[in-house]
Design a protein around this ligand. Structure first.
Ligand code: E4P
Length: 218
């Protein structure tokens, strides 16, 4: 499973990229607003730090506007993935952009039917939002199971399932068990994946015993 980080905070991205475990980045208009920076500047900086796809979302909602904005975003760096909304105009643009060789991430997916449409439109990634479905009492992970199964039924569909709106490590593990290709994680959730109290306890005991030996290794 690939791990993307869902943030526009470049300091966080730099620190997480140093781990060597980061496969890409996703941003959205809310995350760009939170950064307080201009989208073109922040996406350029992220693209220079991370080799994998960096999703930058269009703000236009009509086909012509999406295509105009996609051209500007694609010019930032070769690893920009154009993020478009799951709307008729968004999928129309997805088809045109993917036919032109762009990497396209279709966002705001909340149903398997929408995911099927996005795949037929040539999306590189479909982003189903599990946390937001859970928030309204629906089964976010059930949607991931449905999409993974549907895409497996049609191997000609090359769209990767990018699990979004992830709120906790259980979402990540469940998505991995289902075979989702990617999870995009808030930095705090990515850091939580490392943690287990028995690891901390075990390490403290090993270090205490080691100190008693008086030895050094290097
Ligand atoms: C995905 O690409 C989105 O940016 C993100 O995962 C949305 O998550 P949220 O529901 O926590 O805002």
């Amino acid at each position: 499973m690939k791990f993307f980080v869902d943030t526009a905070d470049t300091a966080e991205i730099k620190s997480l990229a140093a781990s060597g475990l980061l496969d890409g980045v996703t941003t959205n208009p809310s995350l760009i607003a939170k950064s307080g920076r201009k989208i073109l500047d922040v996406v350029a900086e992220i693209c220079a730090m991370v080799d994998g796809p960096v999703s930058a979302e269009v703000a236009a909602t009509d086909y012509d506007g999406i295509m105009r904005e996609a051209k500007v975003l694609r010019a930032i760096a070769p690893n920009v993935a154009v993020k478009v909304p799951l709307t008729p105009d968004g999928l129309h643009a997805c088809k045109a952009l993917s036919s032109d060789g762009a990497v396209v991430n279709v966002t705001l997916c909340f149903s398997a039917a929408q995911a099927l449409l996005a795949a037929k439109a040539g999306a590189s990634f479909i982003s189903p939002f599990v946390g937001r479905l859970d928030d309204i009492g629906q089964d976010g992970m059930g949607l991931i199971a449905d999409i993974v199964q549907i895409y497996r039924n049609y191997p000609a569909l090359k769209t990767e399932v990018l699990v979004a709106s992830v709120r906790n490590p259980i979402h990540v593990i469940e998505a991995a068990k289902l075979g989702a290709h990617v999870a995009t994680l808030p930095p705090a959730v990515l850091r939580q994946l490392y943690q287990h109290p028995l690891t901390d306890k075990g390490l403290a005991a090993f270090l205490a015993d080691w100190a008693k030996t008086g030895q050094t290794i290097a």
